[in-house]
Design a protein. Sequence first.
Length: 295
Amino acid sequence: MTDNNIIDGRAIAEQLHRETTERVKSLEAKGCRPGLTFIRVGEDPASRVYVGMKERMCEKLGIESNTHVLPETTTEQELLELIQRLNANNSVHGILIQAPLPAHINSAKVFETVAPAKDVDGFHPVNVGKLMLGDDSGFVPCTPAGIHELLIRYEINIEGAEAVVLGRGNIVGKPMTAILLQKVRHANATVTLCHSRTRDIAEHCKRADILIAAIGVKEFVKEDMVKPGATVIDVGVNRVDDPQAKRGYRLVGDVDFNAVKPKTARITPNPGGVGPMTIAMLMRNTVPAAEMSTK
Ligand code: GUN
């Protein structure tokens, strides 16, 4: 396989940002400035970083952003009331509640309180249902939508391909499966979803033309689990202690990148693969959210 087989998520995200910026400008010309509101509960260090990155990207693209930082002790009722106020506020087009939430808060209840038309994360049951049904009028979760966009823009054949998704989470694994199996262009894959109770995951992986790892186990995908010429997408962000590193840890993906890379047709690096695409899709989702509010 070629050496130059990296999927450059940063470059594709830049392309998307340019497209989004144009759409933001044309909305502004009609007197509507897209607005995105973030809610972060508690001080989870990763969540602080992610929300900070999303805020900065909003500013760069001309999207108005607003962040509510609530203490760890916030009750579920207080959070639900804030969401209801934001639902009723016409200048708020998109609402994003950064996960994970503290354990005393029922995340499902929180996500279903967001108005579906403002649910740029695509977590509301209405949007989850629309994705499953193949109704493209809803919002699609940003990470799997970003992976789909990478596959499309790198012209990776999805039609009839064997796609194996590792991990059945609501944010990545399940919606990823729903995207790839639809009976539409750029989908029509045969999808296998593997999880912690799957017997012999390696056997499934070895069949995959497209292997998407979102399992949360560092370097889980080894070289001998990958079919030669496969496309491998690494969603994992795992912290590994590293006394040499400035912060005392480093981030490692779900794929043993150096060993797997030579065997693949295409592979995402980590960082610089899926991460930038998640933010790009969030920014892109905010545009139709704002457009809907003008109708
Ligand atoms: N936490 C990890 N990924 C995500 C995401 O895509 N959206 C939100 N809101 N929280 C997350």
